[in-house]
Ligand binder design. Structure first.
Ligand code: SF4
Length: 345
């Protein structure tokens, strides 16, 4: 399969232009990862041609922050499973609405389904709402949608979430990070540049039509509430400070314990299991282990989350060293603990 990918006659400048046209977002920050360890991080530097060339030639992966304000030039449904049935159903359902969507075999085991807009982009909230609607139609509402937020405030210091761009040179020869033809048994397009040049761009008016015909609510999808800066947990009554800080900042050690404790908190505030799992998978990417261990894997996150949802665990884990690092004296539980200690002293 990989050997079917052909070289292209375009010069480097033309390829850069085409690549930028399809996979553009914020220009002063990008994401990357170490293919050997899987560790991912953010790079606060301009997205130069050199950055893109390193990606295309397999030297360093490039992750694009798609959101620019409230606009995006691409929208992506991220299917985690190796079974292509769901992404194929997505493409078919999108086609029913006249919306062209394209399947990329992702870097690990799943698939990304991309929709592309022109250089002005489209309203991200509308694009997300339509993609989320389609995932619900095909009974896969757990699917992550990129961008994960409807908008970012440029002054907030938040950039949203990055997604790895296709055509990473280190994986293309293995038939990964390439777009595949749904009409040809998911074989990679032999010329990926011709393919990128030929994609149908989705106008915002089409998203408007789909939203109106299906009476889709824009910007209030329950999943987006979890994905937008963990907004549902803003009330300290719902989550204790330690949990909020761990979720927002990630941890540097004892990730499995932290994951379990966070899952217990999420269950106690009533978050459904699938949303807790999605939240913690997202959280795991923020972790920066300094204890010599790799980032907790998706399988481990699922295992810890499942364990926490098995029983009605009530404890907050205040005694755990990894939790204590994030403890704040303002927590009402901290006050109660102190009072109990004084009483028993
Ligand atoms: S007292 Fe316990 S629950 Fe409250 S912030 Fe500290 S560790 Fe968390």
């Amino acid at each position: 399969m990989p050997s079917q990918i052909r070289k292209d006659d375009r010069d480097t400048a033309a390829k850069m232009q085409l690549f930028r046209a399809r996979f553009s977002g914020l220009q002063d920050v990008y994401g990357t990862y170490d293919p050997a360890s899987g560790r991912a991080w953010q790079v606060k530097k301009p997205v130069t041609d050199e950055v893109l060339l390193k990606h295309l030639t397999g030297r360093q992966p490039y992750g694009v922050y798609l959101l620019t304000g409230d606009r995006t030039r691409s929208v992506v449904a991220d299917f985690d499973h190796a079974d292509p049935t769901a992404p194929l159903e997505f493409v078919s359902a999108a086609k029913h609405y006249g919306l062209s969507a394209y399947i990329e075999i992702s870097k690990s085991k799943g698939f990304h389904v991309w929709g592309f807009a022109d250089e002005d982009g489209v309203d991200a909230a509308k694009a997300r709402a339509v993609f989320l609607h389609i995932t619900e139609e095909i009974d896969h509402p757990e699917t992550e949608i990129f961008p994960k937020q409807d908008a970012i405030d440029p002054g907030s210091g938040s950039w949203g979430n990055f997604i790895y761009a296709p055509l990473f040179g280190g994986l293309v020869p293995q038939g990964r990070t390439v777009f595949v033809d749904v009409e040809a048994s998911l074989r990679p397009y032999p010329n990926q540049w011709d393919f990128l040049d030929s994609v149908e761009l989705v106008p915002e008016t089409l998203f408007d039509e789909i939203i109106e015909i299906n009476d889709i609510a824009v910007g209030i999808h329950p999943t987006s509430k979890v994905q937008v800066s963990l907004g549902v947990f803003q009330s300290p009554v719902m989550l204790p400070p330690c949990a909020r800080r761990m979720l927002e900042e990630g941890v540097t050690e004892n990730q499995r314990v932290a994951c379990f404790r966070l899952a217990v908190h999420l269950r106690k505030v009533g978050l459904p299991y699938d949303l807790a799992e999605a939240t913690l998978l997202e959280w795991s990417r923020k972790n920066r282990p300094t204890d010599g261990k790799g980032i907790i894997t998706p399988t481990e996150v699922r295992s810890q989350t499942a364990g926490a949802y098995l029983k009605e665990y009530r404890g907050c884990g205040c005694e755990e060293p990894v939790v204590q690092q994030f403890c704040e004296p303002s927590c009402p539980i901290s006050g109660r603990k102190l009072a109990t200690k004084e009483k028993s002293a």
